[in-house]
Design a protein around this ligand. Structure first.
Ligand code: NAP
Length: 252
């Protein structure tokens, strides 16, 4: 009997993602930045997607200093982007790479921690839009490029609160439940008809701005840095997870 796939403790090889074009949202900070650097160390052509050009340029420069393949920068504010912005990104990917081999939906916002009874409605809409609707729209527009790969992987970012509801986590928790649902629906639609697999990955607690926002009194030194969590992302984005689809996995 074969062992079920588990991305934890995956140790990424230096050439593991060579010749693969991998797009990452929220690549300027936190987990997205760490995964972008890790993918470039594995020789991937990374497409850095985000809303803050200064942060993205810093990651671009860091990859250059480390001797990685030159990445691309795609400015896209997931709260404000319109159809034309998504189309422009997809056209740019096809023009530069001819296909897309990996897509990591990592960008996200926390919103506020508040009881549903008092949850601010505009904040609710913003969180659901950035965390779910924008990821859906980006997936849809990039599917033609993913289908041109021989081994493509879409990874959505989930969370413990997207698997079991927790009081006061409001729109964020609901958005992560929706992310789990989107992963399952899309995986079922694509299974067996092409090269695109779809999975969800839960980083678990990590030393980032979002975690600090959620737990302001916590000692951040007790948390793993994002750099310590990149192995499972490389595993799910690259050849290690070939044939695995519709799953929801953990980094820790
Ligand atoms: P983070 O440091 O706050 O990073 C979030 C990223 O999303 C940033 O790069 C941010 O860009 C980007 N982003 C936010 N709004 C955006 C928008 N409108 N358009 C484009 N990009 C936008 O948080 P993180 O902890 O690394 O979170 C990464 C993912 O892991 C999220 O999906 C989160 O839900 C998930 N997660 C995190 C933890 C944890 O403990 N940290 C646990 C479970 C799940 P800016 O830099 O421009 O703001």
């Amino acid at each position: 009997m074969s062992t079920p796939f588990d991305p934890r403790n995956h140790v990424a090889g230096p050439d593991e993602l060579r010749e693969r074009a991998i797009a990452i949202t929220g690549a300027g900070d936190g987990i997205g930045r760490a995964v972008a650097l890790a993918c470039a160390r594995c020789a991937a052509n990374v497409i850095l997607i985000g809303r803050n050009s200064r942060k993205l340029e810093a990651v671009h420069a860091e990859i250059g200093r480390a001797g990685g393949p030159e990445p691309s920068i795609a400015l896209l504010d997931l709260e404000k982007a319109l159809a034309g912005d998504y189309d422009q990104l997809a056209t740019g990917v096809l023009e530069r790479y001819g296909r897309l081999d990996g897509l990591l939906h990592n960008a996200g916002i926390l919103g506020t921690l508040s009881p549903i009874e008092h949850y601010d409605v505009p904040t609710w809409c913003r969180v659901l839009h950035v965390n779910v609707t924008a990821a859906f729209a980006l997936t849809q527009v990039l599917l033609p490029a993913l289908r041109r790969s021989t081994d493509a992987s879409i990874v959505f970012t989930t969370s413990n609160v997207g698997r079991r509801g927790r009081a006061y986590w409001g729109a964020y928790a609901v958005s992560k439940f929706a992310t789990e649902g989107l992963t399952q629906v899309l995986a079922a639609e694509l299974e067996g008809i092409g090269p695109v697999r779809v999975n969800a990955l839960n980083p678990g607690r990590a030393r980032t701005l979002m975690r600090r926002q959620a737990y302001p009194a916590e000692d951040i030194n007790t948390l793993p840095p994002p750099e310590a969590l990149t192995g499972p992302y490389v595993a799910l984005l690259g050849p290690a997870s070939r044939g695995v689809t519709g799953g929801s996995f953990d980094c820790q």
